[in-house]
Ligand binder design. Structure first.
Ligand code: SD4
Length: 334
């Protein structure tokens, strides 16, 4: 059943759909309201107890985070422990060790972390250090700054006892050399594997924290930084309201302060599902969405969650359950 608030949101979304230039007929747009009802059915069911949720297929990362929470640990420790799993996994080619390099063959990492007090730490364009998330946490806890970048972030990491490592695996190097033969760069939705991990957790005290870590877009320009380490873009947490994270084409998330927007929409009364939908729809209102992918994932203070993406293909993992496929913007226009 569609409740009044949801009905009002549906009405306002349908209201702006005709102004979008997708090239769809008015009749497909007129049918959007029934698809919107379908979207409601994927809204999160409030889980009981601590919550761990992450982008894409991340059961092992969630298990590591859950183990921290099960021992009464803090959400901040949980998200850090969780995202360190794919950072160390050479088979995860979008995060940490084994990540795909930039077009010049360098693996450069972006990560950020945020705790329940609104503290934040971030590293961008970090090289040679596997656990970018732990360096981001050290920036948050041991410096007066929020973000360190490139050479400075690397030097800081060494000073904190992190080890210099080669993050480019044979497999990633082989793929990159293959790519060099044509060297055409065009990010296409879901053709590059998108496995950036954004994780949100609520601990036994009801405190929320989040983490986001990635090697960024494969074969990006050297020096390119995406949304993932940007507080308010790839991740945002407000312990009074909830948290959100993003995956996909970071340029679009940065331009719209995506995760901050999702949290602010929840503050205004949207459910996590409604907030993710509205933030994604705001992107495609301005931008042709044929070749782009952005997905949002959110959790509110009550432990309800929601997720939405522009294109089909985005999924998330709640606790250690199976992946859940996310409703995408095309269903609005069927
Ligand atoms: C970026 N948002 O660097 C990241 C990429 C991503 O899954 O999410 N990949 O733009």
């Amino acid at each position: 059943m569609v409740n009044r608030r949801h009905f009002l949101t549906i009405s306002s979304l349908v209201g702006f759909l005709p102004s979008l230039s997708f090239g769809h007929s008015r009749s497909t747009i007129a049918n959007a309201s029934s698809s919107l009802k379908d979207a409601e059915t994927v809204a999160g069911v409030p889980p009981i107890g601590p919550v761990v949720i992450s982008t894409w297929k991340q059961p092992k990362a969630n298990a590591a985070a859950q183990a921290v929470l099960d021992q009464g640990g803090r959400a901040l420790d949980a998200v850090e422990a969780g995202v360190r799993i794919p950072e160390a996994d050479p088979d995860d080619m979008s995060v940490g060790y084994g990540g795909r390099p930039d077009r010049d063959g360098h693996v450069t990492l972006d990560a950020c972390i945020m705790d329940e007090k609104g503290n934040a730490g971030s590293v961008t364009f970090l090289e040679h250090i596997m656990h970018a998330i732990s360096v981001a946490r050290a920036v948050m806890e041991k410096t007066p700054h929020v973000m360190l970048s490139g050479e400075g972030a690397f030097t800081f990491a060494l000073s904190q006892g992190f080890k210099k490592e080669n993050l480019l695996t044979k497999k990633a190097e082989k793929e990159w050399r293959e790519w060099l033969k044509t060297a055409k760069y065009k990010p296409i939705a879901n053709i590059e594997r998108h496995d950036t991990i954004g994780m949100l957790a609520i601990d036994g005290q009801g405190n929320i924290s989040g983490a986001c870590t990635t090697s960024g877009l494969a074969y990006k320009m050297r020096g390119r930084v995406g949304d993932s380490p940007i507080i308010g873009a790839g991740l945002f947490v407000d312990n009074e309201i909830g948290g959100a994270c993003a995956t996909g084409l970071g340029e679009l998330v940065m331009r719209t302060c995506g995760s901050f927007l999702v949290v602010e929409l929840m503050r205004q009364g949207r459910t996590p599902q409604q907030a993710c939908e509205e933030a994604a729809l705001r992107i495609i209102k301005k931008q042709e969405f044929k070749d782009i992918q952005v997905g949002f994932l959110a959790v509110n203070k009550q432990g309800e969650h929601g997720a939405f993406s522009i294109q089909p293909g985005f999924s998330y993992t709640l606790s250690q359950n199976k992946q859940t496929q996310v409703t995408d913007a095309r269903s609005y226009l069927k």
